[in-house]
Design a protein around this ligand. Sequence first.
Ligand SMILES: [Fe+2]
Length: 304
Amino acid sequence: MSGIMRIGRIEIRVMDLEKSADYYKNVIGLEEMARDEERIYFKAWDEYDHHSIILKKADSPGMEHMGFKVENIYKLEELEYKVEQFGCSVSRVPHGSRIAEGEAIRFEIPTGHVVELYCDIKQVGTKVGVINPDPWPDNLRGIAPHRLDHALLTGEDIETVTRFFTEVLGFRQSEKIVTVDGEQMIGSFLSVTNTAHDLAFVKGPDKKFHHAGFHVDNWYEVLKAADILSKNKIQIEVTPTRHGITRGQTVYFFDPSGNRNEAFASGYITYADFPTITWTEDQIGAGIFYHRRELVETFSKALT
Ligand SMILES: [Fe+2]
């Protein structure tokens, strides 16, 4: 066990901070937790830590960094050593660089994305509390997902980034997409918990962000998410459907800066002894969108 517990945060670059804040607060339905001059911090209602989404004002959209939460400082130091051994240069993000966060280690993964590992962040709890809690709090707004669920990123070398996450950070590969001849891996779905994926990569340009997925309860909540999006005149890229890969239920849409978001439900749970499921490239349409069995054109092209 590497000590990584889960995905902890994604810092998203947005062009119009106020417009984006309104979207993440009222359409996605996150809670605004804090703000400073260039960032606004949000959490989903069912998350205990201070924030999981950070919006950062920038000239172009994309992902500034993603962070994984580690059990404790000892595991964090072990991971720091292993990341350096792999050949990545690691820097330390000092305590207090962002609101409510302690020290983190920061490095570039083989696809050029910036990843942080940390164990220290202020825990604020949820509105339902931990003693005889109700199933949800009053006054939820928008889609109101339980939590940040996963991210999909693109990169040139899917084999190496998979090796980095499995060998160095202790992830397991739940599914992969390979060319028909089996020679090359072009998609990789990775889990460090028991969900079908906490992070995934598909072949494409380095450093690009494909989407952030938010967890909702079930198929009806995916449908309702689409209703809320349409009601708010938000561009829906793919209306509610099922993924072949992960077996999740999904709707895809864009934030005001063009960053793709997803409301994601279900998906199987996975255990350490499960084999990796393989999809061949000729079946990628069904793998991604099980009903239409083909990709929509924007899906591989709209990256931030
Ligand atoms: Fe997703």
